[in-house]
Each structure stands twice: as C-alpha cells, then as structure tokens.
Design a protein around this ligand. Structure first.
Ligand code: DX5
Ligand code: ZN
Length: 216
C-alpha cells in the first residue's frame, strides 16, 4: 500500500503542534529544509526538527534542499530525523557518497532526490545503498505548484532501475500531488506520496490522507 507523507511546509507554523496532530493518521511526516541557496526560499532547520521530534513519533522524512548537505548530516540525524534525502545536484558525486556514508554512520535511512532536470540514470552509482529515491514533480522551493506531467517518464525510469537493482527501495514523489495526480504517479511506480496543500488545504486532513492512499 502507498504511504502518505504530509509536508508541513503547508502547515501553520504558529500552530505546528495542532497541525502535526491533525495528520497523525499519516505514514510519515515530510519536513522541507531550504537554505536560500540550493532553492530560492528559506524554511526550517535543525532546531525545528529537534522540536518536532519531541512532539511526534511519526517517521520524520526530511528533505534537504541545501547546498553541500554533507556538512549537516550529523546534525539532522541527531536532531531526530528518521530519513534524510539529499539532492544529487547539491554537491560533487564524491561528497554525495560521503553524505550517504554519514547517514549510515548515524543509523538513519538514506535517500537521494532528483530535480526535474536530472535524468533517472543519475541514481545508478548509489541505488544499491539507498532506502528511497525522491523524484520531484515541481521545481523544489515552494508548495502549491503545478504537477509536471513529463516527470511521469522519470518516475517510470526510476521504477525500472529500482526493480532491476534494488527492489526494496521506496520511490517517493513530491510536488503537486492531489488525488488525481496521485493515481498517475502510483501507476508509474511511486510508493510514497508527499502532499502539502492537498492535505493542509483540505477541510479534513485525515480524509485527504485516506483519499491519497486510495487514488481514484
Ligand atoms: C517543494 C517541497 C514540497 C512541497 C510540496 O519544494 O519539496 O514538499 O511542500 O507542496 P505541494 O504538495 O503543495 O505541492
Ligand atoms: Zn519536499
């Protein structure tokens, strides 16, 4: 069954405790970390991850949209992240490998993410060590953007690579996910759906999560 990971980027940061409780039926909780360099926006960082960890037992799916993430892997792991995702475009390949190694040393799950411009085959050097691959279906940086339909091809290509080299690896999709696009990405091979506005913009977040789990 598909997992749903609500993105708190769409939550009310002044009422984060309530807004995390309202999605407690979710499988994971998606935390978007932005540095104003890798993406043209700044969001939350280490102290906020640490604070959230005290209030929830949800699996913290932490999406690092930052330059040279290897610098901060220990900090985010110690703050309580369960899974860390680094972007393949955020550093040289050797440093991405070092970041994955640091995740291993900290006992957290490991993932790499692809911007829409990045080809599926870029995951090949890492695939056997990964717990998850994240395919972006919008340019990272902001919520509420339109789903990029051409990314369905990348999702299918990543699915084929996962099936061939590491069938247990999760395939997460992030950006513009609604019950309609959820159906398309699940058909293309996604196993984890990130949703910000589709969950927090709904009158009943729990119902929205359930709808994403069983796309139309
Ligand atoms: C965008 C973030 C997403 C964002 C998704 O850079 O990575 O996680 O919160 O928001 P929606 O679901 O509204 O597209
Ligand atoms: Zn994200």
């Amino acid at each position: 069954m598909v997992k749903v990971s609500p993105s708190i980027l769409a939550a009310d940061f002044c009422n984060l405790e309530d807004d995390i409780r309202s999605v407690s039926s979710a499988d994971w909780l998606h935390l978007d970390v932005m540095d104003g360099m890798f993406v043209p926006n700044i969001s939350i960082g280490i102290p906020v991850v640490q604070a959230i960890r005290k209030y929830t037992s949800l699996f913290l799916d932490t999406h690092l949209m930052i330059e040279k993430p290897v610098r901060f892997i220990d900090d985010f792991a110690q703050a309580g992240a369960d899974l860390l995702t680094v972007h393949l475009e955020s550093d040289y390949p050797a440093c991405i490998a070092d970041a994955l190694h640091a995740m291993e040393a900290n006992g957290v799950k490991k993932a790499v993410a692809l911007r829409p411009i990045t080809a599926a085959k870029a995951i090949l050097p890492y695939i056997e060590r990964l717990d998850m691959v994240l395919v972006m279906t919008v340019e990272p940086g902001f919520g509420k953007q339109k789903f990029m339909e051409h990314q369905l091809d990348t999702i299918r290509e990543v699915r084929a690579i996962i099936d061939k080299y590491h069938p247990g690896c999760e395939l997460e999709v992030d950006g513009g996910i609604t019950p309609e696009t959820a159906k398309l990405v699940v058909e293309a091979g996604a196993t984890v759906l990130v949703a910000g506005s589709a969950v927090y913009g709904a009158d009943d977040p729990a119902k929205a999560i359930e709808a994403l789990r069983h796309p139309l």
